[in-house]
Each structure stands twice: as structure tokens, then as C-alpha cells.
Design a protein around this ligand. Structure first.
Ligand code: SF4
Length: 191
């Protein structure tokens, strides 16, 4: 499989997830206030390399892969470097279209807790919204349809086991994705 084919497969998984989340938001009424993005400032977000292949390829196509690689190598912050805190409009991600899997999942996906019960992985802002307690109960009972994090990580695992295996601080995951892309094209013609 070429790198471009791999990225296309990852993007298909993202599209499917986006549709599932949109359906969950519509059914539940839960939503992010316009321009929020507070979750992006969490300093302990972890991600896989594969979920940042799309944005890494995009940076490569724009001729910015080495610029981003140097920027990421030089930083020791754990807050995502793609974040643009002064950006106007919806959210603060400067690469929203190409954002990673965890960036899509957080807020509107579920995991099984240590008691085996399904629970929404979300923030205090969403937990304070009207109807949240009913949705929480619906997810616990299996009546509410919600995407599960594990299912989506398994779909990426099926695309590339090696690039899906480890979880890294978000900037390191992006750095590694850029290294994969640059290594791939070091031996091939550019796109
Ligand atoms: S998930 Fe929560 S913190 Fe993140 S953008 Fe939505 S409302 Fe804000």
C-alpha cells in the first residue's frame, strides 16, 4: 500500500466517525459552545502516529514538513502545537480538517470503565448541559448509540499495526508522523 492509499484509508475512518458523532450530537442535543476548544489545552493528550499521517502528508504537500519537524523537535511543551489560541471562529485547531482521531473522539465517544460499564469520555462543559444525565443513563444501558473509542482505534490498527501500536504525547505523535512521511518520500518522487 502506498502512503497516499494509507492516508486515504485513515481519512475514510475519520469520515465514518464524523458522521457517527454528528448523529449522536443530533440525537442527544449535546454540543460544544462556539469557539470553545478548552479540551485542546489539556497537557496530557496522547495519540498514535497513524492518526497524524493525514496532517503530516498535508504539511509535506505544502512544503512545510521540515519547518514543522524542526518546530516540534525544538519544543518541550506537551500542549498541541497545531493549536491556534487566537484563531477566530469554530474551535482553535489550525488544521481542523486534518485533525487526529483523539481530537475527533473526545467529547462524543465512549469507553468501558473498570466496572465494564460504558461511559462518555467528555468534559465538564458538556456534562453540565441539559439532558446529559439522561444520555449518560442511555449510554450505560446501551439504549443510546454512541461511537466507542476502542472500535475506531482498532480500525486504524487494521490499516497499519506498527503506526497504531504506541500512544505518545500529541506533539511526539505528530513528529513521528512527519518522520514517516519524510522518510517515505526521501526515496521517491515528490507528490
Ligand atoms: S469537548 Fe468540551 S472543552 Fe472541548 S471544545 Fe467541546 S465543550 Fe469545549
Amino acid at each position: 500500500m502506498t502512503l497516499e492509499e494509507k492516508v486515504a484509508q485513515v481519512e475514510q475512518v475519520f469520515l465514518k466517525l464524523d458522521a457517527e458523532i454528528a448523529a449522536f450530537q443530533h440525537a442527544s442535543g449535546l454540543h460544544c459552545p462556539s469557539g470553545c476548544g478548552k479540551c485542546c489545552f489539556k497537557p496530557d493528550i496522547e495519540a498514535t502516529v497513524i492518526e497524524f499521517l493525514p496532517v503530516a502528508l498535508e504539511f509535506y504537500k505544502r512544503g512545510m514538513a521540515f519547518i514543522w519537524l524542526d518546530k516540534l523537535k525544538d519544543t518541550d511543551t506537551t500542549i498541541c502545537q497545531i493549536l491556534n489560541p487566537v484563531q477566530a471562529g469554530q474551535g482553535l485547531c489550525s488544521e481542523y480538517k486534518h485533525r487526529g482521531l483523539i481530537c475527533r473522539l473526545f467529547g462524543y465517544s465512549a469507553r468501558k470503565n473498570k466496572y465494564g460499564a460504558a461511559e462518555l469520555v467528555t468534559c465538564e462543559i458538556i456534562k453540565d448541559q441539559a439532558g446529559y444525565q439522561a444520555i449518560k443513563a442511555g449510554i450505560e444501558s446501551g439504549e443510546s448509540q454512541v461511537p466507542f473509542m476502542h472500535d475506531y482505534y482498532m480500525q486504524l490498527y487494521a490499516i497499519d499495526m506498527d503506526l497504531s501500536r504506541g500512544f505518545y504525547p500529541i506533539n511526539r505523535a505528530l513528529q513521528k508522523a512527519l518522520e514517516v512521511v519524510l522518510h517515505y518520500y526521501a526515496y521517491r518522487n515528490t507528490t
